[in-house]
Ligand binder design. Structure first.
Ligand SMILES: *Cc1c(COP(=O)(O)O)cnc(C)c1O
Length: 356
């Protein structure tokens, strides 16, 4: 793939924030972006790295009406030795292709798009922040751009990658969050698009998240849509429980997003010789386990926060405390070790980290 470069002139370059403290997640963007287009009969073409800026889209563009799109989220890190690295980036583009199949979007060539991402990251390398816990968040996106409001599969697409420097997720340290179990709304149904990273899933979750926030909870824990009993995941994180010294996470049923952090926790736990399991986890069993102490930890796993301990679970108006609202040792160990691999402080036995 031939990538055209039209870069900003020296005077047009912006200055990255001097410090990431006080910068709201995902609100600052680097100087450049990668774009390419797809058309029936032509495939992907017009690959270009150009200044970050507004897209030209007609109001009739199909994505704006029928939400035919997919996106990804991964991060570039500056290691202690000053090198810039990615964490399992191929997994993100492979997942994007799985989302694309479900959403009738064209697939990407994983190696080609990873090469283009690295070219973009080398050009904007000054935007990888270097304070402890910071990173450069990477957002690849595919949009249906055919100008037609008749309901069908688009014949034209735009793929782009934008970069956003982000601070540590926990500005005040590693604080257990309060989560509300939704018994009123569902996120995804069997046979639907729950496993896909596509915009509609998040639009459909907003109301539940808003109502939970109004009651003082930071996120929603979703239950399965059929029985409203089996645990699925949290807003943008997968969920883990430590039950009788076993680390358990809901199995992938098609309505859960297959997180790369989730997969990494499972692989790392097995590598350490811990008992890890994917299975069906009923909310009533968890709540009973919190009462009798057999459930000792609950934590979320996702790219943004890596590991997020849960301190309180609310279900049908009642609050249940988890491990005295303290971060548990299992969550702490995964957090330290995963971030240790990402920042080059720990050995990387699986070759998860990739040089830029
Ligand atoms: C992105 C996402 C996750 C976490 O996936 P990672 O690959 O670990 O970042 C979990 N659940 C949902 C709904 C998500 O959108």
């Amino acid at each position: 793939m031939e990538v055209k470069f039209s870069t900003r002139s020296a005077e047009q370059l912006k200055t990255p924030p001097a410090s990431m403290s006080g910068v709201v997640f995902g609100t600052v963007f680097s100087d450049h972006m990668f774009c390419m287009e797809w058309e029936e009969g032509k495939g992907w073409h017009n690959a270009e790295i150009k200044p970050y800026g507004p897209l030209m889209l007609e109001p009739s563009s199909m994505v704006l009406h029928y939400a035919q799109m997919s996106f990804e989220g991964l991060k570039a890190y500056q290691t202690d030795s000053g090198e810039h690295v990615l964490f399992r980036p191929r997994e993100n583009f492979k997942r994007m292709n799985r989302t694309s199949l479900r959403m009738c979007l064209p697939e990407l060539d994983v190696e080609e798009v990873l090469t283009a991402l690295k070219q973009l990251l080398r050009l904007d390398s000054g935007w990888v922040p270097n304070e402890a816990g910071t990173s450069l968040y990477i957002r690849p996106t595919i949009l249906a751009t055919e100008e037609a409001i008749g309901l069908k599969v688009s014949s034209k697409y735009l793929f782009y990658i934008i970069l956003s420097p982000v601070g540590p997720y926990y500005s005040q340290g590693f604080n257990p969050v309060k989560i509300m179990v939704s018994d009123k709304y569902v996120r995804a149904v069997p046979g639907g698009v729950g496993f896909a990273k596509t915009g509609g899933n998040y639009a459909a979750s907003n109301l539940a998240e808003k109502e939970a926030k109004e009651l003082g909870y930071t996120q929603v824990l979703w239950l399965d849509a059929v029985e409203r009993r089996y645990i699925e995941e949290v807003g943008a994180m997968n969920i883990f429980f430590v039950i009788n010294d076993e680390i358990v996470t809901p199995q992938l049923t098609g309505s859960i997003l297959p997180g790369i952090t989730r997969m990494s926790v499972l692989e790392l736990g097995k590598y350490w010789g811990l008992k890890v399991k994917e299975g069906r986890i009923a909310i009533d069993e968890v709540l009973n386990g919190l009462k009798d102490g057999t459930v000792s930890e609950v934590f979320g796993a996702g790219t943004a926060a890596v590991i997020s301990p849960v301190g309180t679970l609310s279900y049908k108006g009642e609050d249940y405390q988890v491990s005295d609202v303290e971060t548990g040792p299992v969550a702490m160990r995964f957090y330290e070790h995963l971030t240790g691999i990402q920042y080059g402080k720990e050995a990387d036995p699986f070759d998860w980290v990739e040089s830029i």
